[in-house]
Design a protein around this ligand. Structure first.
Ligand SMILES: C=C(O[C@H]1C=CC=C(C(=O)O)[C@@H]1O)C(=O)O
Length: 368
């Protein structure tokens, strides 16, 4: 447990002051960003420095946590809370979600949409503290970006996301196309993918390529890979390139929201989501992470000179993740958000099951 950092965050919360605790994929420490006033700041032009928390709705401004104090603490390893068997919460009626999915399939088959990502919420009682939940997330999901974000005017959000929106070092960026889902089987065998999953992931890769190709250089589309995120497998393609640093805002705006969380064509998919999902997604399927934040980086990892190898320097880095596998706290209950990509080959019942499987990421650390 990162004890003193958690205590500091607890005190901060008691004083009604904003903070965020987070662990990047594969890192062995937790970072805390503490803002010393309760002001709600927004990103204006992406030249700011801090921790961004952006909603799905692009008409609303991304929020910014100012790094008045930044504290880093090593993670003391704790046993993973990942359950081998699926955690079943109370029985829920699948019919309302299935009927929205059927409506989307009709729209796709009639040619109005190519793909749309539909989601639903799941309300669960919570009997442990948010710090205990965060501790379980970081112990269980080493390869995810795990976070606990709090602002007195906005609320408390937690999550463990596998999806990078944008990672920038200097003028080099990487992003990814992540879509297609299967449950990890008992023996961990890599799954065989079907036409539906290949298609829904390819749509995301094509969109990223199209929306970036005129504004960046050295655009590279990587190989298709199968990657694991907790209980789930996904299809992923890494995309990289170079861009003009002053155009960071344009780059972010051309990526968000990708068809991994919205759909194609983008505006029609947004409209379908707005008119059919019976709630506001708020920060689910938005993005979050470091914006132009000072980070220590290894400058010379591939040099043969050992002295130089040890040379580290501080540079501004941007590292943003898509806000998936997340939840919002409401007193002693939490609202979990889960969704999935709908294409012409979707089956409403299977889409429901997929959202049930996705809810395992959080359920398995919430329930005893
Ligand atoms: C929208 C979600 O996942 C996205 C990311 C990976 C796989 C997805 C899928 O298979 O549908 C979704 O595009 C979610 O987890 O709520």
């Amino acid at each position: 447990m990162a004890n003193s950092l958690f205590e500091k965050a607890q005190n901060q919360m008691m004083q009604g002051l904003p903070f965020v605790l987070y662990k990047k994929p594969k890192e062995s420490y937790v970072k805390g960003i503490f803002q010393l006033s309760a002001t709600l700041h927004s990103v204006i032009d992406f030249s700011e420095s801090g921790f961004v928390f952006a909603p799905f709705d692009t008409a609303k401004k991304p929020l910014l946590m100012i790094p008045d104090e930044v504290v880093t603490e090593a993670i003391q390893s704790e046993k993973s809370s990942l359950k081998k068997n699926l955690v079943r919460s109370e029985h829920l009626d699948s019919k309302p979600f299935e009927s929205i999915v059927s409506k989307a399939i009709d729209s796709i088959r009639s040619g109005k949409l190519e793909k749309v990502v539909l989601s639903r919420t799941k309300d669960v009682p919570i009997s442990i503290s948010i710090f205990a939940i965060f501790q379980r997330l970081i112990s269980s999901y080493g390869s995810a970006f795990c976070y606990l974000w709090y602002h007195p005017e906005v609320g408390t959000w937690l999550g463990a996301t596998p999806e990078i929106l944008l990672k920038v070092r200097g003028d080099v960026f990487i992003t990814m196309s992540l879509a297609g889902t299967q449950l990890v089987s008992g023996d961990d065998t890599i799954p065989v993918w079907g036409k539906k999953e290949y298609h829904e992931q390819q749509v995301v890769t094509d969109y990223i390529e199209q929306s970036l190709k005129d504004g960046v250089t050295d655009l590279k589309i990587g190989d298709l890979e199968t990657v694991r995120a907790g209980h789930l497998w996904h299809l992923r393609t890494k995309v990289s390139g170079r861009f003009i640093k002053e155009k960071l805002g344009t780059l972010i705006e051309s990526l968000h929201p990708t068809p991994a969380v919205c759909g194609i064509p983008k505006e029609r998919a947004k409209k379908f989501i707005r008119e059919n999902e019976p709630y506001d997604r708020m920060f689910y399927t938005g993005y979050l992470g470091e914006l132009n934040l000072k980070n220590e980086v290894d400058r010379s990892a591939n040099t043969r000179n050992t002295e130089q190898k040890a040379y580290r320097s501080v540079m501004d880095a941007t590292e943003l993740y898509v806000n998936l596998r997340c939840m919002k706290m409401n007193g002693n209950r939490a609202t979990l958000f889960v969704g999935g990509g709908i294409t012409s080959d979707s089956d409403p019942w299977k889409e429901w099951e997929e959202t049930e499987n996705k809810s395992q990421t959080l359920l398995s650390v919430l329930l005893d």
